[in-house]
Write a protein that binds this ligand. Sequence first.
Ligand code: IPM
Ligand code: MN
Length: 351
Amino acid sequence: MKLNIALLAGDGIGPEVIDQAVKVSDAVAAKFGHEINWKPALTGAAAIDAVGEPYPDETHEICKSSDAVLFGAIGHPKFDNDPSAKVRPEQGLLKMRKALGLFANVRPTFTFPSLLDKSPLKKERIEGTDLVFLRELTGGIYFGEKGRREEGETAFDNCVYTRAEVQRLAKKGFELAMARGKKLCCVDKANVLETSRLWRETVQAMETDYPEVEVSYEFVDAVAMRLVQWPNSYDVLITENLFGDILTDEASVISGSMGLMPSASLGSDIGLFEPIHGSYPQATGLNIANPMATVLSAAMMFENFSLQAEGKAIRDAVNSALEKGMVTEDLADGGTSYGTSEVGDWLAANI
Ligand code: IPM
Ligand code: MN
């Protein structure tokens, strides 16, 4: 297969982890007879510095003419500490998600047998966890009207959802549940929020189309608790944009490191694959960031092209690296650790 992949390294540790995902993907392509044409493009603070905006038109054209986008990370402290900044790196990611129609963010949470004792949670609680969040990605409070009123003394961010937006996300949730454990949890705050009541009503109306799926409705605060108490009681969870952002960071603790969790953003022909972690500015250029989340995002990319064996080759390499202790410092517990690029080299050599 010939694949054109837009390569958006972004900020902070983004370029370092992306380099490893490229190495590993190239090794997969060589082994399985594919050809990958990488098309680098600017995004985030790097793009603001170069051309004044975080998702330039040229980058969008490159993404649109590609089969998928592999993305590193976005964000820079110089913007975080300047609340008055008009242009922010994160706007680039949001604009890209919207412009490419990527409304469904698939975030799996799973444990690795060799890392069960790395999680701060008790082994017997997390063993066997295999759940997937479907986070709505192009609506809600992230995209509603925002502003300041009364001479800057009042600020607002509106949360808006349409029934159609909920339906298309929920449809993916039901389909995913059918292909997995046939359990779907709709996470909302329907006791308080009108948007959540629309979510609940919409999902309830779809239940009859999927009689085999056991559907539950839980409030987001309760899910935040149960997620770390009994994570293996969940299968597929669907939720709105902000709740999904928060809960997936929380869920990453289950696996032992946020540096392990990949994601896929889907909704149109062009999928975007990225680690769920941020740009980790403190580690920039130090060759210490864990590349596995980005490498596993590349595995999701291959699988989304229905190249299952290719995805599995990557997952197998990651599993053996973890078993052999070929890990970055976040997983080393003060013991021997390896650099970002050493882990990448090892993975590529073991495809
Ligand atoms: C994520 C990130 C982004 C989000 C930021 C960088 C805008 O935290 O992908 O989870 O909030 O969606
Ligand atoms: Mn996040």
